[in-house]
Ligand binder design. Sequence first.
Ligand code: PMP
Length: 415
Amino acid sequence: MARCKVYKKFENKGGMGYYDEMRRIYLDYAAATPPDTRALKVMNDTSKKFYGNPSSLHLEGQEAKKSLENARGIIAGTISAHPNEIIFTSGATEANNMAIRGVVSMARERGIKNPHIIISAIEHPSILEVAEALQKEGVSVSRLSVDHRGTVNAKELRKLINENTVLVSVMYANNEIGTVEPIRDIAKEIRHARKTNNSSYPYFHTDGAQAANYLDLNVLKLGVDLMTISSGKTYGPRGIGALFVRRGIILQPLLQGGEHESGRRAGTEGVALAVGFAEALILAEKIKTKEYARVKKLRDNLAEKILKKIPDCVINGDIENGLPNILNISVAGCDSEALVIYLDAIGIAVSGKSSCKSSDRSPSHVIMALGGNDSGTIRFSLGRNTKKEDIARVAQELPRIIALLRACHTQSDQV
Ligand code: PMP
């Protein structure tokens, strides 16, 4: 990155080197959570003790199978599902792909020649890009718009659902701006459509990857038919997630080559990962209410300080009703990537947009869907290790970094 005059002056005064000795502040929990030590311990113990292949008939295999099924039971219990409604996957991306492709392929097999799906405009790329690919294969796709806070209008669904609609997929909570969608209202609209059309379609899928730490995952109360959850966002091991599939719904498998997961997902199951995931979910459930209040207070405090100290800065999303740990802001006169890099250099880790899109320089589809301007956009996502003093330091450093970048921006405009 070219150094502007203002930066050089800053460097002469000690620059970033001053920060080398400081504790790093990690504010990117929406991208990845550090695995909880208790989850790591049970994983380690399971790897050593239950190394057999759960499909094997011998004792070692059957012990591994028992451990896997125990984990499945725990995960099912935390979301009020039945164990055979849980399919283990490699993570949320696979679960989302499985939900969409699985429903559409099965509908085609059942004779629906022109299936139609509805997704929201701010879904994660693992939904959006699958929908785009399916569109090229002849599936019709409608995109539900969102308001300026990122909330979909459940009533708009009524106009979009037709007799070919096989799936509606709306995320539970958005990963970039934290907006929580009205899942129960959407489910109600879908039940109404099914009744009116006397059909079992459309099914309702929600991507709950970001919701698990803070929101109620009870699938019965939510009224969803399919739900994605992810261990790597819930202080569990990375490399495992799950798709809840309501009993009676049959999906075409994505992966073939074995009868694992009752023929729904081929491949030897990662028993230790499943056990670690289950442990992480138990812990998340236990501390959910307390953590919600704790991180919300810290996040609100950061938002208040930023708005007070930094001119021309706006908050994106729904800070009142959204996830308590996400704060997404757009800062006029700054480049998002430069902000992330400069904050990183002084020991503060944040994201410019979804980590899955961080190397892509196109504007965020989420911010654009809100009608906003995706320049100088950064996301702070707080988590279990975030402390009051971390927020105080960020609130102190951020105005200086922004002033520096704005000055560089103005200088480069003048050249
Ligand atoms: N959905 C949402 C809402 C997410 O935030 C993410 C991760 N950014 C994913 C899906 C994909 O998760 P994974 O990378 O663990 O497969």
